[in-house]
Design a protein around this ligand. Structure first.
Ligand SMILES: C[S@@+](CC[C@H](N)C(=O)[O-])C[C@H]1O[C@@H](n2cnc3c(N)ncnc32)[C@H](O)[C@@H]1O
Length: 358
């Protein structure tokens, strides 16, 4: 048998690989700088007041010029900010501002960097999991994972939930307009729950999550937003949340995290009203590994290794679907839990939306 070291190295392929690696370890360390810039308002101030020199940006953000100068160099080399060499000043283009400075933009990526850096902080614990097989519950991570996850997903929910995803479900929009009952299961900080409540103020919407800290934060965010709809948040596991007669049960980017998605499906089935619908929003994925070997699949496989799969393992179920489960695998779990009518109702480059009925 030929060992790998006996095979001649192709210098062009090696150079291409090394070039990619340099870009990516630069990106990895710069991810922490993106989070710092987001937290300290460096991007926002540049967007609002640029072009600025390092000293001007530092003064306006109450930060230290020497750090800011280095940070700006890294951002300009990343093409995340523009450098004007003649004036020695930095600014953001409209596109850079949408991606880094405007949290309300559908293009905002700050949350993605925050959740990535938050996940990487638990590297040692996950490494141990590789050796021992032990899981790591969602609740054991730090706040950057919880807050970053909400900020990562919320722009997509704002762009799609009320205009595309709910209208794509058969008969649901009308029921919620006149006043329906909704359970948003695995709601985290409640971004999707609040959007549904805002869109359908006559409906009673409750967000459930097993993580007490997330539920407290969701309640706080709803109070800060002064929402007037019938909105509540309760601590509950997905396979035992209270109530029956729901017109709509939703699971946003969380079914694959659950240790026993079949038990969750059985419970959702028992909680739905007659003709009620379960909407499952999941990361977009093909059914085969080779279909997911692209930038989106890469990000999701990595998040899945650090966050989703360890959580599912920690809940000791039979399945740990992972974030790239694919529709066929999801359908199998739904069917085993009593949902015989499942269809893909909508999709985006990042998500697929399934409508499930018993
Ligand atoms: C990736 S986050 C998604 C949060 C939220 N749905 C969103 O889209 O922003 C996964 C959520 O599932 C919750 N979760 C995990 N296992 C759960 C379980 N067995 N029962 C209820 N919630 C669970 C976690 O606490 C976390 O809030």
């Amino acid at each position: 048998m030929t060992s790998q070291t006996d095979v001649a190295i192709d210098p062009d392929r090696l150079n291409a690989l090394l070039g990619q690696a340099v870009v990516e370890f630069g990106a990895t360390v710069n991810a922490a700088l993106v989070v710092i810039g987001d937290r300290l308002g460096l991007y926002r101030t540049l967007a609002a007041e640029g072009p600025l020199s390092a000293a001007e940006l530092a003064k306006r953000t109450g930060t230290t010029e020497r750090y800011v100068r280095e940070w700006l160099g890294a951002q300009a080399a990343s093409a995340y900010v523009e450098y004007h060499a003649d004036a020695e000043r930095y600014s953001l283009t409209a596109e850079q501002a949408a991606a880094f400075a405007d949290e309300s933009s559908p293009a905002f990526v700050g949350g993605g960097f925050q959740v990535a850096v938050g996940a990487a902080a638990d590297l040692e614990r996950i490494e141990r999991g590789f050796l021992t097989g032990e899981g790591m519950g969602w609740h054991e991570h730090g706040n950057d994972v919880f807050d970053g996850c909400r900020r990562f997903f919320e722009p997509g929910y704002r762009a799609n939930l009320l205009t595309s995803w709910i209208p794509s479900l058969d008969g649901v929009h009308g029921r919620l307009q006149t006043g329906g009952l909704v359970a948003d299961v695995g709601c985290g900080h409640g971004a999707s729950t609040m959007i549904i409540s805002q869109g359908y103020p006559r409906s009673a919407v409750t967000g459930f999550d097993y993580h007490a800290e997330s539920i407290a934060r969701a309640r706080g965010r709803a109070a800060e937003a002064e929402l007037t709809g019938q909105l509540g948040f309760e601590i509950a596991r997905a396979d035992e949340f209270p109530g029956t007669g729901y017109d709509l049960v939703t699971c946003f980017d969380c079914l694959h995290d659950m240790g026993d998605p079949v038990a969750v499906a059985r419970h959702v089935r028992s909680a739905l009203a007659e003709d009620g619908v379960w909407m499952i929003v999941e990361p977009k994925a093909g059914d085969r590994v080779e279909e997911n070997l692209n930038p989106v699949g890469r990000a999701y496989y990595a998040f899945s290794t650090m966050l989703c799969t360890p959580n599912a393992i920690s809940q000791a179920g039979e399945l740990a679907l992972g974030a790239q489960a694919g529709e066929a695998c999801l359908r199998k779990a739904l069917t085993a839990g009593g949902f015989s009518r499942v269809r893909r109702a909508a999709e985006t480059p990042f998500n697929l939306v399934l409508e499930a009925r018993p």
